[in-house]
Design a protein around this ligand. Structure first.
Ligand code: ADP
Ligand code: MG
Ligand code: ZN
Length: 206
């Protein structure tokens, strides 16, 4: 779609990194600034992430912002159009199906500033769902690191433990009902039982 120069204000800012890297904190910081500037702001998060409060986006250090918890990206498009939101935040964007890519592109074309946060890599260290495409489309990418809880270096991986043991490669991406926990790990300290397959999700292209 081509537009007259100067009228086009839509954009995508993508914040990515492992768990505990401060993605939600950074998302909240940018949205608060937009609110101070009296822009119409909305925040959506995937309903699967109900660790803290279904009605809020909450960072691991307890900062909160009211949010719509949803599991379908159509709701983001509908609400944004009906309410004429200018800035839209989306947390846990990696959990949405690939439809989120078209939804975000439509929002950008309609002049919305979209700020999305999510894991770039899953617990195995493999690119997560729609994230590689969103990273390519984004106007601006912020890749954050956490602190490795084993050695103190910068951490880019999310280590999953299932029943107190490092998770196995073939475990489902989203675990329901298992006793699981997560921590941040660097390249050297991340533990997984198989070599990572980085091209599995690209096979339809070859
Ligand atoms: P994310 O959304 O990326 O999971 P949050 O914004 O929710 O991250 O939380 C970031 C906060 O988590 C940090 O400011 C810090 O207080 C806390 N934290 C807990 N464990 C770690 C860690 N291993 N490395 C860095 N920060 C951590
Ligand atoms: Mg978060
Ligand atoms: Zn380490």
């Amino acid at each position: 779609m081509s537009r007259k120069k100067g009228t086009y204000t839509g954009s995508l800012e993508l914040i990515c990194g492992p768990m505990f890297s401060g993605k939600t904190e950074e998302l909240i910081r940018r949205l608060r600034r937009a609110q101070i500037a009296k822009q119409k702001v909305a925040i959506f998060k995937h309903a699967i992430d109900n660790r803290y409060n279904i009605e809020c986006v909450t960072s691991h250090n307890g900062v909160k912002l009211n949010a719509h918890a949803i599991d379908n990206s159509i709701f983001i498009a509908e609400q944004t159009e009906q309410n004429n939101y200018k800035v839209v935040g989306i947390d846990e964007v990696q959990f949405f199906s690939n439809d989120i890519i078209t939804t975000i592109c439509d929002l950008i074309d309609n002049g919305t500033r979209v700020i999305a946060a999510g894991f770039d890599l899953d617990f195995r260290g493999v690119p997560f769902g729609p994230m590689p495409t969103l990273l390519a489309i984004a106007d601006k990418v912020t890749k954050l690191q956490a602190i490795c809880t084993s050695c103190g270096d910068e951490a880019m991986y999310t280590q999953r433990f299932t029943n107190n043991k490092p998770a196995k490669y073939n475990e489902p991406l989203i675990l329901i009902g298992a006793e699981e926990s997560y921590t941040a790990r660097c390249r050297d300290c991340h533990m997984i039982d198989k070599p990572r397959n980085y091209t599995q999700h690209l096979q339809h292209l070859s």
